[in-house]
Design a binder for this molecule. Structure first.
Ligand code: BGC
Length: 780
């Protein structure tokens, strides 16, 4: 449960993000019902965007042509209250008590308000808000008004209204992490049906349609006349309820709002079909009724917690934070195979709703082990957009293969700044890594044959096209002119992360080709024919992987981030004023690029994802080096540093970084939670705990753990789904660990290198703590 802490405009905006409700499709920010103050759009639909052309003054071939910007859809949460002509407005009258809380077990956002109007009438308001789980499940709000000490006419005005973007000059300082707000939906027609009101709208360029409908049920304790009236005007639908309340009388309004979206025809039949889909979703929900919907949502969350819950003994604040993060990550993750996880989910307008590598490198590991079906759906989205990635590769000068866009919704590259956009070729390897991680944990060959193999092959092709065997590096395979994850260093040669991930990608592509050729020759022949893949090409992948150049500096014993990083001028950290952070808001990129300063984990992430590639002592030295030059201006960074610090046994540091990622939004650590929740950082808290403190590593298909206990904790527990098994790992005092098989046929796992067998007849094994330092080294 999360309780709101403040009502200042800044705190309110942050709270609106924290109280977002969603189901992977709809995201409803948690503003208060009567509030027209919010400048942020309230409702977003995953995958619903408008295309806006990008204008360059100097344009070169291959530059992104346009950006997909997710658009706000009409707000269904608005409900105004007027008592004898006095509007409920928290900035007037007296707030006697106001609490809002989000229940992570039921998914219900509660509000309880006691307010005295300027004329002295005291009213109690209790609301419950719920987003129904099923796609495209409606939003339901129960709005209950109790008159405490007056007899007067109460008017409840419930609306569906388009979002009004703030005036251009109200936007203030330009922040590149926030996209433009577009009012891109044009009105097409009203929907009026038997107690249901709504509208159909369409975008101009992306050919997307949205239908939104609402209906209401009204009750008044003790009876009495209730007048209801609907009005449609200027794109707004309002439904007004009037009743006279005496002291103790309770007026209850249950408002249900359903959304539907399509992509395609700009035609009357398409509008009708869309309207029918929204109406059907609304009718389904109202037929079930609020108690049934509440129960279904609770049941769905119970299932989620059964597979995903994390408990931390001795750190209740962190336990609550990790649970909150998991809840929000689940809400933000698309699950229809047509959408993915945006950098902010559907919780805010930050980053225009774009999908980045955040989805595969951060969100996906969590989903792979807790919600494998959602993980698969997210990878299916990448398969669905493979043609866009092929087109992008051609635009970037590659004759074959696919290059996934750095940021996108519909599948085309949307980055207007290629040094920190398309130059991040590592996205291809990140997606291949995600496919491999999903495959290792699921063994889902159906996915591999239908989608995964084609993704892995098409993306692997790019490395051979762009890299080369460099005679000046002893014939090693080198990759030039790319940007790694650290966006304060751009356009470099042999970025360690990119080369190491490309190596793993090429190895995996060769391995998949060989395995499918052996085990599923027909399927393999079909895929190979579809993409004109010859046997010699797959052999070439293996050769390039074996010859991959990974920079290592003998003199310092460090893994340099790239060929030039160690030569660069050190950044003057001591002389940087505190108010010049984050650096991206204060310095031209070139100033950053020419210095030894990292925005976020780069080489450190490579050490985490591919521990077997690097020599442990050099990793330890390199960690200390990168710690000193990293400013963590990206929220993606802290979780990665926590993970590696934990694996290195540096537990105090690991815990400090863990707090930074776990509390990133609850404590608004980067002062921009108001623009939306940081999905990757939230996922980072799971990664730091499960893959860092507990040392989970599973590449290759075997679960391996090296558990440790952070200082101040007396234990922690988590659950994982792996190859049809569900297990619980409980780490207690002195890191003694018990492994429990909760479901499934059983498996063998490794605990500090020792094999532990879990079977239905011996479902639980307790493993004592190991000699930490030695054992941890062995796993790096
Ligand atoms: C980070 C990227 C990330 C993006 C979206 C940027 O600040 O540097 O790595 O993908 O945010 O979260």
């Amino acid at each position: 449960m999360v309780i709101a802490r403040g009502e200042s405009p800044a705190a309110l905006k942050c709270t609106e993000s924290l109280f977002t409700l969603g189901n992977g499709f709809i995201g409803v920010r948690g503003g208060v019902e009567e509030d027209a103050r919010s400048t942020a759009p309230v409702v977003h639909l995953n995958g619903v965007y408008e295309v806006t052309p990008i204008t360059y003054h100097e344009k070169a071939p291959g530059f992104a042509e346009a950006s997909d910007t997710r658009i706000p859809v009409p707000d269904g949460t608005l409900i105004g209250l007027t008592i004898e002509g006095e509007p409920l407005d928290l900035s007037t009258g007296t707030v006697l008590a106001h609490h809002r809380w989000l229940d992570l077990r039921t998914g219900v956002l509660h509000r309880s308000l006691r307010w005295r109007s300027p004329a002295g009438r005291t009213v109690r308001l209790a609301t419950e808000r719920l987003v129904v789980e099923d796609h495209p499940g409606p939003v339901v709000i129960q709005y209950q008004v109790t008159a405490e000490d007056f007899t007067a006419e109460v008017v409840v005005d419930s609306c569906l209204a388009p979002h009004q973007p703030p005036a251009a000059d109200a936007a203030g300082v330009h922040d590149p992490r926030v996209g433009p707000q577009l009012a891109a939906l044009a009105f097409r027609r009203w929907i009026v049906e038997d107690g249901i009101d709504g509208m159909v709208l369409r975008t101009g360029r992306s050919r997307q349609g949205v239908a939104v409908v609402m209906s209401h049920a009204v009750t008044l304790t003790g009876g009495g006349p209730v007048l209801v009236n609907s009005l449609r005007d200027q794109g707004i639908v309002s439904h007004t309820v009037r009743a006279t309340l005496a002291p103790g009388a309770v007026l209850t309004l249950v408002k249900s709002v359903a959304y539907a979206a399509d992509k395609g025809e700009d035609s009357t039949p398409a509008d009708d079909a869309l309207a029918a889909a929204a109406v059907a979703a609304l009718r389904r929900a109202t037929a079930i009724g609020l108690p049934g919907l509440r129960q279904a949502r609770t049941q769905a969350l119970q299932d989620f917690w059964l597979s995903s819950d994390i408990a931390i003994d001795g750190a209740p604040e962190l336990e609550r934070a990790v649970r909150f993060n998991l809840f929000q990550l689940l809400q933000g993750a698309g699950r229809d195979g047509l959408t993915s996880v945006g950098a902010k989910g559907q919780s805010g307008e930050g980053y225009e709703g774009h999908y980045f590598w955040d989805a595969e490198i951060f969100a996906l590991p969590v989903l792979v082990y807790t919600r494998p079906a959602v993980a698969r759906a997210i990878l299916e989205y990448r398969h669905r957009t493979l043609d866009g990635a092929r087109a992008h590769a051609r635009a970037m000068g590659h004759r074959k293969g696919a290059l996934y866009p750095w940021r996108t919704i519909g599948g085309a590259e949307c980055s207007a700044y290629f040094p920190a956009g398309s130059a991040q070729y590592h996205i291809n390897a990140d997606i291949a890594h995600a496919v491999r991680q999903y495959m290792d944990a699921s063994g889902d060959d159906d996915f591999l044959v239908r989608h995964g193999a084609e993704i892995v092959f098409e993306t692997a092709r790019l490395w051979l096209d762009m890299g080369h065997y460099n005679p000046r590096r002893g014939g090693r395979f080198c990759i030039h002119e790319v940007t790694g994850p650290d966006e304060y260093t751009a356009m470099v040669d042999n970025n360690l992360y990119t080369n190491a991930m490309a190596q793993a990608h090429l190895e995996y592509a060769a391995e998949v080709a060989a395995r499918l050729g052996r085990e599923k020759p027909e399927a393999f022949a079909r895929i190979a024919a579809a993409i004109s893949l010859g046997a010699e090409e797959a052999e070439g992948w293996g050769q390039a992987a074996a010859a991959m150049y990974l920079p290592y500096d003998e003199a310092s014993g460090l893994y340099p981030q790239d060929d030039s990083f160690l030569d660069k001028k050190p950044w003057d950290f001591a002389g940087t004023p505190a108010n010049h952070h984050p650096l991206l808001m204060h310095y031209h990129p070139l100033v950053l690029y020419r210095h030894q300063v990292c925005k976020q984990a780069d080489a450190v992430l490579a050490f985490c994802l591919l521990p077997h590639r690097f020599e442990p002592e050099a990793v330890r030295r390199s960690f200390a080096f990168y710690e000193a030059v990293t400013v963590h201006d990206s929220t993606l960074s802290a979780g990665v540093f926590a993970l590696l610090a934990a694996r290195l046994g540096q537990m105090d540091k690991a815990l400090a970084y863990f707090k930074d990622t776990a509390l990133v939004d609850l404590d608004d650590l980067h002062h921009n939670t108001g623009h939306g929740l940081h999905m990757a950082a939230m996922a980072g808290s799971w990664m730091a705990l499960v893959q860092g403190f507990a040392g989970l590593h599973a590449l290759g298909g075997t679960l391996r753990f090296t558990p440790t206990l952070p200082p101040g904790w007396s234990g922690y527990r988590f659950r994982l789904d792996f190859r049809g098994n569900r297990i619980e790992v409980a780490v207690g005092c002195d890191a003694a660990t018990s492994y429990r098989l909760l479901a499934g046929p059983g498996l063998a796992l490794s605990h500090h290198g020792q094999v532990v067998h879990l079977t239905p007849t011996t479902p639980e094994q307790v493993a004592p703590e190991q000699v930490m330092e030695g054992a941890r080294h062995a796993t790096l």
